[in-house]
Ligand binder design. Structure first.
Ligand code: ADP
Length: 369
């Protein structure tokens, strides 16, 4: 079989005109991240909001051209949004569905500097708490390295293909929330080895090839950490803002600062920081134990000027219910944790709709970076 090279791909792409009529898609700088694996070619095509409509047909044309190259049997072209320096997170005009994803008003990322801090648990309970404010909510699991959203929602099985829209899939629905995850599509024990462009194209497919209903907010559970993959995701997904989850430990805070820096780099406003596993209320002795120290996130948030959204204590019920697919906000409406997550949700929504997101994340210098 013929070996496909980057030059082969570039030379066919050079024959395709850019949407503004100035040169071709390559000379206009719209093509990035070309990755070739055997007969599969993947790359990103950058679009801007004013070209969003024409770009979908351009993507089709580009895919077709690439499929015409000898040796190519699959072409995955991800449309990615261009973000000008002034654009990220500026308040959206009222009434406009502004995320670039049809029907979805706001996309927010839930991120953490490292794994295991409760990012996915927070994403799920925040999404459910947003529904309790009478908002329509969707969840996209972008944590391709360890997709835990299906388990947290207690969802199994595969998404059904859409009857209407070609190769689109229907999201799964639980507790009134539409959910899509790569975890629905690959067996649980499959090791997933991803490279940057693959993550982008998998995510773009999950985002754009799902038949989402209307949603006020889509909560995106990001992969943990602040590496290149996360940075690209933050940059190329039209986010209204980001919530950072941190535990009180110093180390986690340093990681949280890296998270803040990452969003600052790509002009995505940080909605605020949630301190998870903040303290433990002992049901036996009645005392409050501050296992990892306490208050660090709040102090840090005020020091760097990022809003502090609240403290979520360690709680065995949170863990047990997460593990059994019955998240506390959905199943224990009267619990303390439910009230705490609702309080976070109210602040998030106020921030999205109250026009408090004009300012990008503060830029912080982390030692050793
Ligand atoms: P991450 O997405 O950051 O890797 P998870 O949300 O998967 O983290 O949480 C890691 C583990 O910690 C899970 O077992 C989860 O149930 C547990 N957990 C998260 N938040 C809490 C909490 N506030 N109290 C008790 N357990 C928690």
């Amino acid at each position: 079989m013929a070996t496909v090279t980057q030059d082969d791909v570039l030379s066919v792409l050079r024959r395709i005109a850019a949407p503004d009529g100035r040169g071709n898609v390559v000379s206009a700088g719209l093509v990035s991240g070309i990755a070739i694996q055997g007969g599969t070619v993947m790359f990103a095509l950058t679009t801007s909001p004013q070209h969003a409509k024409t770009m979908e047909s351009l993507r089709g044309a580009v895919e077709k051209a690439v499929l015409g190259i000898k040796g190519v049997d699959k072409a995955m072209v991800a449309l990615t949004a261009e973000r000008g320096p002034q654009q990220g997170g500026l308040p959206q005009p009222q009434g406009q569905r502004g995320s670039g994803i049809p029907g979805i008003k706001h996309l927010i990322a839930v991120a953490s500097g490292k794994g295991g801090v409760g990012k996915s648990t927070t994403a799920v309970n925040l999404a459910l708490a947003l529904t309790s404010l009478n908002l329509k909510v969707a969840v996209l699991d972008a944590d391709v390295y360890g997709p835990s959203i299906p388990k947290l929602f207690g969802l199994t099985g595969k998404p059904e293909p859409s009857e209407a829209a070609g190769k689109k899939m229907k999201p799964m629905t639980r507790y009134g929330v539409e959910v899509m995850s790569i975890g629905f599509l690959v067996p649980e024990d499959t090791p997933m080895i991803w490279r940057g462009p693959m993550v982008m194209s998998a995510l773009t497919q999950l985002l754009r090839e799902t038949e989402w209903g209307e949603a006020d907010v889509m909560v995106i559970d990001m992969p943990p950490g602040t590496g290149d993959v996360q940075l690209t995701l933050a940059q190329q997904t039209p986010l209204s803002g980001a919530v950072i989850v941190s535990t009180p430990q110093d180390l986690a805070l340093i990681d949280a600062r890296k998270g803040l820096n990452m969003f600052a780099k790509v002009n995505v406003p940080v909605i605020g920081i949630v301190e998870n596993m903040s303290y433990f209320n002992c049901t036996k002795c009645g005392e409050r134990h501050e296992i990892f120290g306490h208050g660090g996130a709040k102090e840090e948030a005020s020091r760097i000027g990022a809003p502090f959204l609240g403290e979520i204590p360690l709680d065995t019920d949170v863990r047990r219910r997460s593990d059994s697919g019955e998240p506390i906000v959905a199943t224990q409406p009267g619990a303390l944790h439910t009230a705490l997550y609702r309080n976070v949700a109210r602040q998030v929504w106020a921030s999205l709709e109250g026009g408090q997101l004009g300012r990008p994340a503060p830029r912080i210098v982390v030692d050793g970076q």
